[in-house]
Design a protein. Structure first.
Length: 68
């Protein structure tokens, strides 16, 4: 699976990126936005990530398993 990361300075830019990805038929299932302003994401109807994706627990767990 391919992951693309975008850094944006504000929520308006994040909304534009989200709209552009939707125009290219990328579903919300594959789009996860992490922000300190969760209420701003919901007001602008931007799909936010869940708590586990914010922690990146799967990646950290696999690194820990390889080291341990």
């Amino acid at each position: 699976m391919r992951c693309l990361y975008y850094l944006s300075p504000n929520l308006d830019t994040s909304k534009k990126i989200s709209d552009d990805l939707h125009a290219e038929n990328v579903d919300d299932w594959y789009l996860h936005v992490i922000s300190k302003n969760e209420s701003g994401l919901s007001r602008r109807e931007i799909h936010s990530s869940n708590y586990l994706e914010t922690l990146d627990i799967v990646r950290s767990g696999s690194i820990g398993a390889m080291i341990g």
